[in-house]
Design a protein around this ligand. Structure first.
Ligand code: TPP
Length: 528
């Protein structure tokens, strides 16, 4: 008869969850001691890094990932990067060890008091099984909930005396069962939307990260081509849903109400696919839509549909909807769009490498299928102005802006995509929050290249202080950090460069090798 631990590992295996990202404590040891040989454990040195690494892994592999944290303190450390996981709709199965059941009420050391409540405002579902025998089923439930639309992280706390108990025989059914979303536009709904697109004089597409997560990029191109419509990316994207050099590509929408409306002026129909409507940031009041413009919203997330302040929403599988719409609309009703002009020349700076220059060098020297994980906040505009991205899974950014995600996520993404090279583009402010992931990269020989953009400041906050007319603010500069020395301390080869030539040489060397590398680049601060 299997025990609860074996039965749970059987459930995890059935879902392909054979990698455990974790940082252990005493509560977790009985579970980990039973880990079968076909599983691997990836140790992170801080739970924020553990969670972000698992998220990068999950997003890059297009599936879920399993996380094991230490009780309340470990869960707490992971909450920052968890905010990104929520808005990336990343199905992480997060577990945490709990003290022995009979002692939780006494609040013995490491009891996770009211464990399911701790991550509750963020996760999609949170639970502590009512008894040991229900642990394998609860883990199974967690996996299914995480993966059904809208996908998202879930949390299960398990008392450590549960693992050695006998599992009920019925748990064998768990490894066989499946759940699948079946939400799809009806024929009538499809016709309504296709007709609206056909009738529109100047339709525009606004695509979100879900299009890339569903690998519907090619289908989005087919739809844009059939409509001859321009394509914007929804504000603050965490992924790149459309080829950036396609003639329809217009860039990323700004994250302020009036600026979005201004950018979409002149269009009588806006079709938003796989994004929130809209995720604004800086508060610039204004009109939500240009006068007389209709907005149609397709998303798999009922909450995204319900909370939008405008538009008609259909909750549907995004890939299915885009594919069928591309077939249903009447092609060639509007003139073909001209090709995009060449990429604008990059700006330069005399004292340090300008971020645009750095991104131009990356465009020229990185392999075509490179994957960028970016957490450098003042350089977002510079990045999009210089990049030529065409493949799915080419770009990841923290989906709620919570720092400490990018560096570990780059390590996790590299683990999931061994045939593509992952380059982390990390600000010198951001790098500190997830820096311990360098140890994991070194220890497991994960060949991520981390480029640290060292401008000595929390650059985007300088810009924001001006937008808010906040005046002089303390705490915005981070001078005097030697990332090459820190990286060496964690066992990662590192170099520090100041010139474009030196950067290209260091980058080529990193690409030629098969181990992790940190390249610290002195960059000029420029406003986003
Ligand atoms: N703490 C967390 C966990 N997340 C945050 N988003 C912030 C603080 C606030 N914050 C947003 S951007 C930023 C900070 C501190 C500065 C980032 O600086 P850096 O990585 O150097 O990028 P730069 O803006 O200079 O390009």
């Amino acid at each position: 008869m299997a025990d609860v631990s074996q039965a749970t590992y059987d459930v995890l295996r059935a879902h392909g969850l054979t990698t455990i990202f974790g940082n252990p404590g005493s509560n977790e040891l009985p579970f980990l001691a039973g880990m079968p040989d076909d599983f691997r454990y990836v140790l992170g040195l801080h739970e924020g890094a553990v969670l972000a690494m698992a998220d990068g892994f999950a997003q890059a592999r297009g599936g879920s990932a399993f996380v094991n944290l230490h009780a309340a303190a470990g869960t707490g450390n992971a909450m920052g990067p968890l905010t990104n996981t929520v808005y990336a709709h990343s199905p992480l199965i997060i577990t945490a060890g709990q003290q022995v059941r009979s002692t939780i009420g006494q609040e013995v050391m490491l009891a996770n008091v009211d464990a399911p409540m701790l991550p509750k405002p963020l996760v999609k579902w949170s639970s502590e099984p009512a008894c040991a025998q229900d642990v394998p089923r609860t883990i199974s439930q967690a996996i299914h909930i995480a993966n059904l639309p809208a996908k998202g992280p879930v949390y299960v706390s398990v008392p450590y005396d549960d693992w050695g108990q006998e599992a009920p025989a019925e748990t064998r059914h768990l490894v066989e069962r499946t759940t699948a979303p079946a939400n799809s536009l009806s024929a009538d709904q499809l016709e309504t939307i296709a007709e609206a697109l056909d009738r529109a004089r100047h339709p525009v597409l606004v695509l979100g990260s879900e299009v890339d997560a569903e690998h519907a990029n090619d289908e989005a191109v087919r739809l844009a081509d059939a409509l001859n419509a321009p394509v914007w990316v929804a504000p603050l994207p965490s992924r790149c849903p459309f080829p950036t050099r396609h003639r329809s590509f217009r860039g990323v929408l700004p994250a302020a109400v009036q600026e979005v409306t201004d950018a979409l002026a002149g269009h009588d129909l806006i079709l938003v696919v796989g994004a929130a409507v809209f995720r604004y940031h800086q508060f610039v009041p204004g009109d939500y839509l240009p006068e007389g413009t209709r907005l149609i919203h397709l998303t798999s997330d009922p909450s995204e549909a319900a909370r939008a302040p405008m538009g008609d929403a259909w909750v549907t599988g995004v890939r299915d909807a885009v594919t069928r719409l591309a077939d249903a609309v009447t092609p060639g009703r509007r003139p073909a769009l001209p090709s995009l002009p060449d990429i604008a020349p990059h700006r330069t700076s005399s004292e340090a490498i300008h971020p645009e220059h750095l991104f131009a060098l990356l465009r020229e020297n990185a392999p075509d299928d490179v994957v960028y994980v970016k957490e450098s906040t003042s350089t977002i505009g510079a990045f999009w102005s210089q990049m030529d991205l065409s493949l799915p899974n080419s770009y990841f950014f923290p989906a709620s802006g919570g720092l400490g995600w990018g560096l570990p996520a780059a390590v996790g993404a590299q683990l999931a995509l061994p045939d593509r090279r992952v380059v982390g583009l990390i600000g010198d402010g951001s790098a500190n929050y997830g820096i311990t992931a360098l140890w994991t990269a070194a220890h497991y020989h994960i060949p991520t290249i981390i480029v640290i953009l060292k401008n000595g400041t929390y650059g985007v906050l300088r810009w924001f202080a001006r937008v808010l007319e906040a005046g002089e603010t303390p705490g915005l500069d981070v001078p005097g950090i030697d990332f090459a020395a820190i990286a060496s301390g964690y066992g990662v080869t590192a170099t520090s460069v100041r010139t474009p030539t030196a950067f290209v040489a260091a980058f080529e060397k990193a690409l030629a090798g098969d181990s992790p590398v940190v390249i610290e680049v002195e960059t000029a601060f420029s406003e986003p």
